[in-house]
Write a protein that binds this ligand. Sequence first.
Ligand code: PLP
Length: 355
Amino acid sequence: MEYDPYTVALHGDDHFTELPDVAPALRPSTTFEYEEGGRTYLRMSHETTERLEAVLGALEGGDAVAYPSGMAAVAAVLRHVRPRRIALPDDVYHGVSAFVSSEAERGSWTVTTADELQAGDVWWIETPSNPKCLITDLEATAVDALSRGVITVADATFATPVLQDTLGAGVDFVIHATTKFIAGHSDAMGGVAAVRDGDLAAQLRGSRTTDGAIPGTLESWLTLRGIRTLPLRVARQSETARQVAAFLSNTTSRVWYPGLESHPGYEVAQRQMARSGVPMFGGVLSFEVDSPERAAAVVERLRVFTNATSLGGVESLAEHRLRVDPAAPPGLIRLSVGLESPDALIEDLEQALLR
Ligand code: PLP
């Protein structure tokens, strides 16, 4: 059977059904009465997070370890690997570059270029990247890294496991901010790191216990609830984003969306973002207007898109990226396309851009 995220998102945790409830029970207890082989304390493990990890692992094709935020997953993986050098891509989520540089200032590692990496170092990948949706060829990077003993970590938050088989491409660690598409409703923060090797996942879980970095019950429950509809949402958001990108490319000079033939990553994305058979390019895109003042005014004028940071939720968001990301082009507006009708979103952009 081919990759079937629709069924896996609903049944990847079926083996947990101790109770007759069809929906997972919400059980907030932090401690459990001692019993042989039973759970003891929430910081070590609890059922809702285990269920979430079962679904995430099945979707990803690996063993998934959940964290309370995307950045907590980033920090946990880098802390586990303890590289001497790290190479970051040119376009990368600003929180990751801030974390990597502040740790470099404290002597934890050196930031360098991919060519300089040696055995045990980390090659950080983010594909599609935030905010320009640049595409890295995962297979080619993994082959190059493997030949030098370099460890690859890929942030696939924009792609989700539904569109892209990141571990299958040979990458060592995949991470997602589940806060975004995976939870999908802008109401639950979380992160996940997934690997192919169960022993490595067990080591990550061990450190997570000592670090106290397990997600709370409610967040795991909300994420699990959101994940049931992930494949549906991602398919619709990708199709709407494609229509929005096509509209914008007739109206503005520079649009960053890997589903547009004009995008530098289009060819690779066609192959790499087709996990379920059909290429889909995700629900995030960016475009540039000619000045930061105009970008700020455009996002203010939008009525259907909310002027807010974050992405991947059911409601569409627009952000003048310079507000939070000093490396973003000054006139760049990032859009996260939700589940509204494509016509409503395009009309909204039209009225905001025409004035
Ligand atoms: N990775 C990417 C690509 C992101 O866009 C974000 C947040 O925007 C993160 C990681 C961090 O996730 P969180 O905010 O859940 O810590």
